[in-house]
Structures are given as structure tokens and as C-alpha cells.
Design a protein around this ligand. Structure first.
Ligand code: SF4
Length: 381
């Protein structure tokens, strides 16, 4: 499944599912990315195509040609792929899976909103796709009516999960912070993969308790001298390189605390109305004061990141520009420029990839980080 928001409809039907970024993060985390990407290359995939896409193609290629890869990286061939198209790459990804493995594709357009006046029109278009295509197709595949009651139950649990998780978020405002964006990133599975399972509530309650204890005992996220640079991180988390970045940031007493990605999922529990499950899902992206579908566009990003700079007392911005991603990199330089002028907070672009080691350069990361810390220090003088 591409792009997470469509997930819940399949969950409500009792289908087992995974989504694109989830599998990719998992592959990176178990250290299987390089060999799966190599299998993709053997199948003719270009290194310039999105590495999330390539991982799936590599896995398919390995299954088809019996190429030995880490068995934990092999997924069962799906009955259907829901392609939530948030970026142009998704169409190629869906086409690739369909052509190579014969997997049927259910395409859903998720248009990004550039101007607020476009929201009602786009929302109507999006809602029609969910009601007239996604739900009837899932009913056909599963051979049963859509389970609105189960979706309501899932949302009831999600509302509780998000409420506790938001309390954990608040700890990012503490100075020093008691956890990092990386900790937050690796805590996302109970929300996604266990969607609707009350164990997600227990997970975040335990996490909240741990954060409260750290605060009481005065144990910050990084020690022993505590934090010197509080940073914004834009774009995907570098799933296969979380440790690498940590080892580069921590010696400088630098800590990443916020970002648009990860923040985007279910930010407001009050918007979750289990009595109206389908509308809740549509509203999550195309309604409210700050519709999430606007944050991917540069205008929405400016607004969102500006708020984060103020709310989380940030000193600098790292724009992680994944070389193969078609979505997050849009206008990152302009965003830095405008926010720097408005808030006096400098930023740098670090080019790399969330998964592909061939696209990650230590010396480039080191140089850009040094530049960022020098800029912040200069502003402080
Ligand atoms: S290009 Fe970026 S947004 Fe698009 S599918 Fe790949 S990782 Fe996702």
C-alpha cells in the first residue's frame, strides 16, 4: 500500500497490510536495504528512482528470480495495492508492481493543496474517490460489505492513542528535551501497524511515564552537558542511518526535535469522530484550521515550520533532501531563506537518502553540520 492514509480502510475490512514507507523503514532497520536495492538494479530499476519504490521492486525481483536476500525482507505477494498518489513516483511504483507481479492496483489521488481556496473543491474530489471507488473495491475484493463499525472501533482506539501521544509530544518543548525526534520516529509502529489495537494506548502510556520520570530525575535526551543546538529536521527520517546521524549530532550537543513528517499523522484527536468514520478520515487531510494536505506545499510548509520554530524554541533547521524523493525537497532552499529572514534561524540542506547507502556521504554531512553550528554560534554572539 502506498501512502498511509488509505491504510485504515483495509484494516477495517480485516485485511493484513503494510505500507510503502513502513516496509522501507523496516528493511533499512534490519540492514537489508543494500541487498534488496541490488536486486532491484538487477531487474533494471534506475538508481535515480525513489528508493522506497526500488526496495519493493527489488523484493519482487528477488522472489521472481530466486535471488537470495535476507528472508526477513520478503513479503507475501499482495491481493491488491492501494496506491495513494501523493507524488508522481507512486504511479510508477504501482505500474511496476502490476506489470511484474500482476498485482491489481486501486489508485487514489491525494492532491496537495497549494491555496486555501482550493480546499473545498479538492476535498470533494477526494471524498468521492473514497466513497465511490475505495470502499466498493475493497468490498469486492473481500466479498463482504464495508465494516463501518470496525472502522469506528479503530478510530475510538486511535483517538485515545493520539491523546496520550500528544502528551508525549509536549515533552519536546522542554529545555532540555527528554527525548529526540529519532525516539519519536521509532515509536510510530504502535500507531500504524497496530492501528485499532489497544496495546497502542499501553505503549504510549508507558512512554509518557518514562518521559515524566526522566524529567523528575533530570535525565535529558543527550548528556552529559545537555543540549546546545535544538534543531528542526525536514523530510523523511533517514531510516537506515539513524545511528549515523545520532553519532554525528550528539558530540556537538545537537538534538533534532521536530519535523513536518511524523508530525503529520493524526495531530489533533478532537478531529477524530468515531461516529462518522469515513468523514473523519477525509477531514483529517482536507479540513480544519491547518489541513494536513497543505503542509506538503511550500506555502503550508512555511507556516507550519514557522510555528514549530517558535513553539519548540529551535536554533536551526536541517532540510534532509533525499536525492530520490519527489515530494519533500520542493523549495527547501526558498523555505530556509524565508524562515531565516523572518525568525533569524539558519538552516542547511543535507543531501542523502533515507535508505540507499550509495547516496549518503559522510564528508558532506559533516561539512553541512559544521556550517550550521557555526551559523548558529555566530547569531548568538
Ligand atoms: S518519491 Fe518520496 S513521496 Fe514519492 S513515493 Fe518515493 S519516498 Fe514517497
Amino acid at each position: 500500500m502506498g501512502f498511509a492514509p488509505t491504510f485504515i480502510f483495509a484494516f477495517a475490512m480485516g485485511m493484513k497490510c503494510h505500507f510503502m514507507a513502513g516496509y522501507s523503514a523496516y528493511c533499512g532497520g534490519i540492514g537489508a536495504a543494500a541487498e534488496v536495492l541490488q536486486a532491484a538494479e538487477m531487474g533494471g530499476d534506475l538508481a535515480e528512482s525513489c528508493s522506497y519504490h526500488r526496495l519493493h521492486m527489488g523484493m519482487a525481483e528477488a522472489v521472481k528470480r530466486n535471488i537470495p536476500i535476507n528472508p526477513d525482507a520478503i513479503l507475501p505477494i499482495p491481493d491488491i495495492m492501494i496506491a495513494g498518489r501523493l507524488c508522481p513516483e507512486m504511479a510508477y511504483y504501482a505500474e511496476g508492481l502490476n506489470r511484474r507481479l500482476g498485482v491489481p492496483v486501486l489508485p487514489v489521488e491525494f492532491p496537495i493543496v497549494f491555496d486555501r481556496e482550493d480546499v473545498p473543491r479538492i476535498k470533494k474530489y477526494f471524498a468521492a474517490q473514497i466513497k465511490e471507488t475505495v470502499i466498493p473495491t475493497l468490498e469486492k475484493v473481500c466479498g463482504k460489505p464495508f465494516d463501518y463499525d470496525r472502522m469506528s472501533e479503530i478510530l475510538t482506539v486511535l483517538k485515545k492513542v493520539v491523546t496520550v501521544r500528544n502528551k508525549c509530544w509536549e515533552f519536546f518543548k522542554e529545555k532540555p528535551s527528554y527525548w529526540t525526534l529519532w525516539d519519536y520516529g521509532v515509536s510510530i509502529a504502535p500507531l500504524f501497524y497496530m492501528m485499532g489495537d489497544p496495546v497502542g494506548i499501553t505503549y504510549y502510556e508507558k512512554l509518557l511515564k518514562e518521559l515524566q520520570e526522566r524529567k523528575e530525575k533530570g535525565i535529558p535526551a543527550i548528556g552529559p552537558e545537555g543540549e546546545k543546538y535544538r534543531l528542526y529536521w525536514d523530510g523523511w527520517l533517514p531510516w537506515a542511518f539513524l545511528g549515523k546521524f545520532m553519532r554525528k549530532l550528539t558530540p556537538h550537543a545537537a538534538v533534532c526535535l521536530t519535523g513536518r513528517y511524523l508530525w503529520e499523522f493524526y495531530p489533533d484527536p478532537d478531529m477524530i469522530d468515531p461516529e462518522h468514520p469515513v468523514e473523519t478520515w477525509i477531514n483529517l487531510y482536507y479540513d480544519g484550521k491547518e489541513p494536513l494536505a497543505m503542509e506538503y506545499a511550500p506555502k503550508g510548509a512555511l507556516h507550519e515550520i514557522g510555528n514549530l520554530i517558535e513553539d519548540y524554541s529551535l536554533d536551526g533547521m536541517i532540510m534532509f533532501s533525499s536525492k530520490t524523493c519527489r515530494l519533500w525537497n520542493i523549495s527547501q532552499l526558498d523555505v530556509i531563506d524565508m524562515l531565516e529572514k523572518k525568525y533569524g534561524v539558519p538552516g542547511v540542506i543535507i543531501e542523502g537518502d533515507m535508505i540507499d547507502p550509495a547516496m549518503v556521504s559522510d564528508s558532506q554531512i559533516d561539512t553541512r553540520l559544521e556550517a550550521l553550528f557555526e551559523l548558529i554560534d555566530a547569531r548568538r554572539r
